[in-house]
Write a protein that binds this ligand. Structure first.
Ligand SMILES: C[S@@+](CC[C@H](N)C(=O)[O-])C[C@H]1O[C@@H](n2cnc3c(N)ncnc32)[C@H](O)[C@@H]1O
Length: 395
């Protein structure tokens, strides 16, 4: 039984590392995070508190990675999600733009540490940012230093996460083929991004469609029905019934109570307004507005504002705003309040013992930022598969 050594860059509170530690192959081989780096102190503390490894709390650059490689290497695997924003890089190379510095830092870390496999995780827009230039240059860089490279969009609900969260993954391998878990393809069977051109509208239409019946294992209700009902502003850290399914057993394994089952408070008029919103609808919807007294009607918001979650489907994407109905689709399906911190963590597939440190705002951000651990587990299993294989159809 072997433990492959992983370096987790931009490790946050540890969603990806926790998930990868749950993966194993047929021979019992596993993955352990041998070193993690993140600049955010409270996230590093959460990581250490829950996973027993103290991340290096410093900005990632070449000197630090060289030092880490000497002290903690060699690494079989490097993973990470370098923050990246869409902006225009008129003319120049995208990787020369300082604003893409963290993507370059990630690539340089690969060049320095030379793992068998690396996985870069990012927002779904990554492949279209800067007219595809940043993606092209990342692929070119990775190929030049000896990796076979592929990328895809994956949908977390297809890997056992009770949430429709889409992420972009770019994988480099010096060993075998990486099979993307829950890869999202167009109905035609074409990979969405293989030809490099993206019709954003067509994409959105596809993404809002429900995947075929049976492909998604768990709904919001499956994920939360054993938690007690809460009023806005209330905290109840106990279970209301025994675990009802395998997912609830997974959350509760090793936990005596659901930490942070706490819902933020709302004003009286706001709670009344929420009571008029049916599942899957928003208070900004004219049909819904007609049913509510005029003085309660919100007048503006974002696309997902004041929307009630559908209990019988996976949750929508959990962002840092999952306790703020004016900014996100985060109203409980049957209770007139935003999701509790624990419900947000469960939608992200964190077990109940996972204790987020810091203020409520810091907890929300750590949870919203994370790779869902059960997606991390699926990524880990694909990495182990790739390590166990030899070459096949990679271009
Ligand atoms: C999307 S989050 C990572 C989430 C993590 N993979 C998980 O699963 O929990 C990105 C992280 O990058 C970190 N970060 C941003 N700039 C950084 C830098 N210059 N050096 C190190 N970490 C940085 C942030 O603090 C944040 O925790």
């Amino acid at each position: 039984m072997k433990k492959y050594r992983s370096l987790d860059l931009f490790s946050g509170c540890g969603g990806l590392s926790l998930g990868m530690s749950l993966a194993s192959d047929n021979n019992g081989n596993k993955i352990e995070t041998a070193c993690a780096i993140d600049i955010w102190e409270i996230a590093c503390k959460t990581f250490e508190h829950n996973l027993g490894l103290k991340p290096i709390c410093e900005p990632i650059d070449d000197d630090l990675v060289r030092k880490v490689n000497q002290q903690h290497g060699p690494f079989d695997i490097v993973v990470g999600g370098p923050p990246c924003q869409g902006f225009s890089t008129a003319g120049k190379r995208a990787l020369d733009d300082k604003r893409n510095g963290l993507v370059l830092a990630f690539l340089r870390a690969i060049e320095i540490t030379k793992p068998k496999v690396f996985v870069m995780e990012n927002v779904t827009g990554f492949k279209t940012y800067q007219n595809g230039k940043i993606h092209e240059e990342v692929v070119e860089f990775a190929k030049k230093i000896g990796y076979q490279v592929r990328s895809a969009i994956v949908l977390a609900s297809l890997s056992g996460v009770p949430q429709r969260r889409r992420r972009f993954l770019l994988v480099g391998s010096k060993v075998g083929t990486f099979r993307f878990p829950g890869e999202v393809k167009l109905p035609s069977g074409e990979n969405l991004f293989n030809d490099g051109t993206v019709d954003a509208l067509a994409l959105e239409k596809f993404f809002v469609q429900k995947p075929e019946d049976g492909q998604e294992k768990w709904t919001f209700n499956d994920a939360t029905s054993d938690l007690p009902a809460l009023a806005a502003g209330e905290r109840l850290e106990k279970y209301r019934s025994s675990a009802k399914n395998e997912l609830q057993k997974y959350y509760r394994n090793g936990s005596t109570k659901p930490l942070d089952h706490f819902a933020v408070g709302h004003k009286e008029y706001f709670i009344e307004m929420l009571s008029y919103i049916p599942q899957g609808k928003s208070a900004l919807d004219p049909e819904v507005q007609r049913t509510m007294p005029e003085n309660l009607r919100p007048t503006s918001g974002f696309k997902n504002s004041y929307q009630r979650i559908i209990g019988d489907a996976p949750s929508p994407t959990i962002t840092r705003n999952f306790t703020t109905p004016s900014s996100a689709n985060c109203i409980h399906p049957t209770q007139d309040r935003a999701l509790s911190i624990r419900e947000g963590a469960r939608c992200q597939s964190f077990p109940d013992w996972f204790d987020f440190l810091g203020t409520t705002d810091e907890k929300r951000l750590q949870i919203g930022n994370a790779v869902p651990p059960l997606l991390g587990k699926a990524i880990g299993e694909s990495i182990l598969d790739a390590i166990n294989q030899t070459w096949d159809e990679w271009e």
